[in-house]
Write a protein that binds this ligand. Structure first.
Ligand code: FAD
Length: 314
């Protein structure tokens, strides 16, 4: 029988919703137990949150000052040791998971399974390849621990509230590396919803034309209570910072509503919105590939259409 260790992702004392999504993937394996591992400098509040997630058997905690910041070099040896006795280690396929998981796999001497989008069996998983153009089924070696990142956009967050899993402190005996240390975190401050978890996203592309013009995207997003995203061309042109990029080399998102404005719909962009609910496209080129995936398409100049839309929204 399988036993799965899910690594909790958190920042600023709050659990990231990606953790509950990784738990959903773990549930799909139908394991004997799902334990969540919380590594932090102060674990109580995080552990209490994790204990409420449906499907979680136990919450294991490692509280030490070195775990104050998500440094892959520091966390990986602890996760690798905590993984003893588990058949699987699941980590969200976010910036955090993509950073830490390969180190865990390397320390355990196994090949990592990346971006799990569905579970076919305890050692068989589907994942996207070629920018989402093809789906491949991968078989992990049953003799090894499965170390996998979970494509969060493909999994709903496990329900939260009914569970009350026990919390246990885990005693590890790991020498932590000193070659990597935390210096500073610089992140964009925004009152807007977080792009990765927002239910509505308004994205602008090269068609928006300039950094100043991007105000029209921000205003529409604010009116809708949406997060703002962008194509890589818009990011490369300096209209917005790179943390807003959606797509293969940006964020993979699954909002209920996605508005692509002045975005042509290149495959590398579309791979980031494969799991979006309703897609609305505004583009002056009626032949733009974005219309092939859009549920609603408006052909015309964005600078005319957006003000009209705003009037309708009120
Ligand atoms: P364009 O393709 O130039 O499209 C602009 C669109 O705006 C056009 O369709 C045009 O008709 C429309 N338009 C212009 N003016 C107006 C107007 N006034 N009103 C309405 N519509 C207007 N791209 C990503 O987005 N994300 C990624 O993560 C990503 N990763 C990549 C990784 C690799 C390895 C490679 C090779 C490429 C990647 N790209 C990525 C780039 C991708 O191939 C495209 O170049 C990019 O998505 C194009 O951005 P765009 O649609 O904004 O620009």
């Amino acid at each position: 029988m399988s036993k799965i260790l899910v690594i909790a992702e958190h920042l600023g004392g709050k659990l990231n919703p990606s953790t509950a999504r990784a738990v959903s993937a773990a549930v799909a394996v139908k394991p004997e137990a799902i334990d969540v591992l919380v590594l932090a400098d102060s674990v109580a509040a995080l552990a209490a949150e994790a204990a409420k997630i449906d499907g979680v058997s136990r919450v294991l905690t490692v509280e030490r000052a070195e775990n104050a910041h998500p440094l892959a070099a520091v966390l990986a040896p602890q996760i690798a040791q905590a993984a003893a006795g588990y058949s699987h280690v699941f980590v969200p396929s976010t910036t955090f998971g993509k950073d830490v998981t390969p180190r865990v796999a390397a320390l355990l001497g196994v090949a990592q399974v990346s971006d799990v989008m569905s579970v076919e069996g305890p050692h068989s998983f589907k994942r996207p390849i070629y920018a989402g153009n093809a789906i491949v089924t991968v078989e992990a070696n049953p003799a090894h621990t499965v170390v996998a990142t979970i494509r969060t956009a493909s999994w709903p967050a496990a329900a939260n509230g009914a569970n009350n899993a026990p919390v246990e402190a885990l005693a590890l005996d790991v020498a932590l590396p000193s070659h990597t240390r935390y210096v500073d975190l610089q992140s964009g401050k925004s009152d807007r919803p977080d792009l990765q978890s927002a239910s509505k996203v308004v994205s602008g592309g090269r068609g928006v034309g300039s950094k100043e013009n991007f105000d029209i995207i921000f205003k529409l997003a604010d009116k809708l209570g949406a997060a703002v995203g962008a194509s890589r061309a818009a990011v490369d042109a300096g209209y917005v910072p790179s943390d807003l990029q959606v797509g293969q080399t940006g964020k993979i998102i699954a909002p209920e509503l996605y508005m692509a404005i002045g975005i042509s719909g290149a495959i590398q962009h579309l791979t980031g919105i494969k799991d979006a609910g309703t897609i609305v496209a505004i583009n002056k080129d009626g032949e733009a590939p974005i219309f092939e995936v859009a549920d609603f398409g408006l052909v015309g100049d964005l600078f005319k259409i957006i003000p009209e839309l705003e009037q309708t929204i009120g």
